[in-house]
Design a protein around this ligand. Structure first.
Ligand SMILES: Nc1nc2c(ncn2[C@@H]2O[C@H](COP(=O)(O)OP(=O)(O)O)[C@@H](O)[C@H]2O)c(=O)[nH]1
Ligand SMILES: [Mg+2]
Ligand SMILES: [Zn+2]
Length: 271
């Protein structure tokens, strides 16, 4: 456990163990220090609880995509952003490999910045944009998400040079099948805050019966929703729908609306 500026080896008070209460990575706890050792007396209420990676009290998901190699999949990006919204976590979009495709990086930044999401253009390879990412991480608990190969490990290595995470090598065959199950660790940032060393904010298919909730995961719809004619409008085929009108006027990005409709189908109750 981190206690003040130091670290203290702690055991769990027997009472908590009897109640089968477990400490999660990221938990805030009350500790009594007895000599060198500490005892966890109480686990403070969790603000959030992620399953994969299993971390409590995460503030934000840092969604990493590459401007190229691999070509960004916007449906995958939107799925991750929706998951973050549904989990009530802030999202920061980091567009990596801008050294390979700066124009594409700027296009993504313009699109997602308009929603609005915080976006940062970086190159882990060239060291571009790292200070801005550090600022966005400082004082918060963050976890990374994003497809494989976009440079998540490279980014963490660039932010924390003493780290040396394994970066995907050219020969991927060697890596396949080597499933290293590791526990997640929170890496302390120099100016405060933590970032989880294991990316893996999972992208699940939406569970059924979430139709009404889904629109709240699209922040750009917020200011139109109340102007729809029907209460409970799902912005699908309803007449006088302010969201659809905003799409036609290009005030809402067409691909975001299409992805909303796609996810809406997934979110339909299954009979
Ligand atoms: N050109 C370029 N290549 C990068 C950059 N960041 C990472 N890479 C390369 O992309 C590949 C995948 O990186 P890795 O960090 O393992 O991605 P991860 O799967 O998201 O953790 C490696 O070959 C890296 O060297 C970058 O900013 N620019
Ligand atoms: Mg990696
Ligand atoms: Zn509507």
């Amino acid at each position: 456990m981190q206690v003040g500026d130091g670290v203290c080896l702690c055991t769990l008070r027997g009472r908590l163990r009897l109640e089968d209460i477990r400490v999660m990575v990221g938990d805030r706890v009350k500790v009594t220090v007895e000599g060198e050792q500490g005892v966890v007396e109480e686990i403070l209420p969790r603000q959030s609880e992620l399953i994969r990676p299993a971390i409590a009290n995460i503030d934000q998901v840092v969604v990493v995509f590459a401007a190229a190699k691999p070509k960004p999949s916007l449906i995958l990006l939107d799925r991750i952003l929706v998951q973050a919204e549904l989990a009530r976590l802030d999202a920061l979009l980091v567009i990596n490999k801008s050294d390979l495709a700066l124009e594409e990086a700027k296009r993504l930044q313009e699109m997602y910045g308009s929603i609005p999401y915080r976006t940062v253009i970086v190159s882990a390879k060239e060291g571009w944009g790292l200070d801005e990412v550090r600022q966005e991480l400082t004082g918060k608990m963050s976890t990374l998400a994003g497809p494989s190969g976009v440079g998540k490990s490279s980014l963490l290595n660039a932010l924390l040079p003493e780290l040396e995470l394994e970066v995907q090598s050219v020969s991927r065959k060697v890596q396949r099948g080597r499933h290293t199950t590791r526990t997640v660790t929170l890496l302390p940032l120099p100016d405060g805050g933590f970032v989880a060393d294991t990316p893996g904010f999972s992208v699940l298919n939406l569970g059924g019966d979430m139709e009404a909730e889904l629109q709240y995961a699209f922040p750009e719809m917020d200011r139109y929703r109340d102007s729809c004619q029907f209460r409970g409008c799902l912005h699908r085929r309803e007449p006088n729908c302010a969201v659809k009108e905003a799409v036609e006027k290009k005030e809402i990005l067409a691909h975001r609306y299409e992805h909303y409709l796609l996810l809406l189908q997934e979110a339909a109750p299954s009979y």
